[in-house]
Design a protein around this ligand. Structure first.
Ligand code: MLT
Length: 267
């Protein structure tokens, strides 16, 4: 489905009609299809909503940069469009950066937060530099070259061994991102602010979840982040890398469901 939000058509999908509204924010350079295992399973207990950020999936891809705040404003616009007032916001990696930007601006709407395989800090200089190089690669060689370079870091070695079908699914999702989307989001991530100072102010229940073998956002960083958030629970997912929700969907869903029942739905 498409909705016109802030002048941009955004792809989105809702499943389930009962329980708290769980809004799923995807990683870079993927799209809302990465949440299929969560939508399918969790929609029984929760109203699940997944959207494509501008530049990805079915959404329009205007010229960037797409700041994390701009993407958070798109999420807010979509919630208004869907007449949703309170959300459990779940962001993985870039989706987590957007979740933090959303919390900074619209905290009264956030019932609970899931920060999956993500980081609170801004980019160190060498990472920022790498993003500008990746923007050049995207412009010169196109999306498959970006996918080729990023894929090895997104999945755990054991996923490459055990699940070639998933590896290909992720590769195809990455290759489908248009160049303007890649460049717009890379520029936005490179310039995103440090959110470390926000962590002690996060008042809602928060689940920090991370794949045991996550290279871009390692478990040690997740632990530090969880320790800084007053009401956080940390879960580490065995045998998963950066895309923990896809690599170990059953464990991811179990952690998410248990935490939602403990912290949001109540006994
Ligand atoms: C992601 O998975 O969204 C990316 O790894 C985020 C990033 O490049 O920092």
């Amino acid at each position: 489905m498409l909705a016109l939000i802030n002048g941009v058509h955004l792809g989105h999908e809702s499943r389930g009609t009962v329980g708290p509204v769980l809004v799923l924010l995807h990683a870079f350079p993927l799209n809302r299809a990465m949440w299929e295992p969560q939508m399918t399973d969790l929609c029984v207990d929760f109203r699940t909503v997944a959207l494509d950020f501008r530049g990805f999936g079915e959404s329009d891809a205007p010229d960037g940069p797409y700041s994390m705040e701009m993407l958070a404003d798109d999420v807010k616009g979509l919630l208004d469009h869907l007449a949703v007032e309170r959300v459990v916001l779940c962001g993985l990696s870039m989706g987590g950066y957007v979740a933090l930007a959303f919390y900074r601006k619209y905290r009264e709407l956030v019932q609970a937060l899931v920060l999956a395989d993500t980081r609170a800090g801004a980019d160190p200089p060498e990472v920022r530099q790498g993003r500008y190089q990746m923007m050049e690669i995207a412009r010169r060689e196109g999306p498959p070259a970006v996918a080729e370079r990023m894929l090895p870091r997104l999945l755990a070695p054991i996923t490459f061994e055990r699940d070639p079908a998933l590896v290909e699914r992720v590769r195809k999702m990455m290759e489908a991102a248009p160049t303007t989307g890649l460049v717009g989001a890379l520029a936005g991530m490179a310039e995103r602010p440090d959110s470390t100072g926000l962590l002690p102010q996060i008042a809602c229940p928060t689940l920090v979840v991370v794949g045991e073998h996550d290279a871009p956002a390692p478990p040690a960083e997740a632990r530090t982040m969880a320790e800084a958030i007053p009401r956080a629970r940390l879960e580490v997912i065995p045998e998963a890398g950066h895309l923990s929700n896809l690599e170990q969907p059953e464990t991811f869903n179990q952690f998410l469901r248990d935490w939602l029942y403990d912290e949001v739905v109540g006994p």
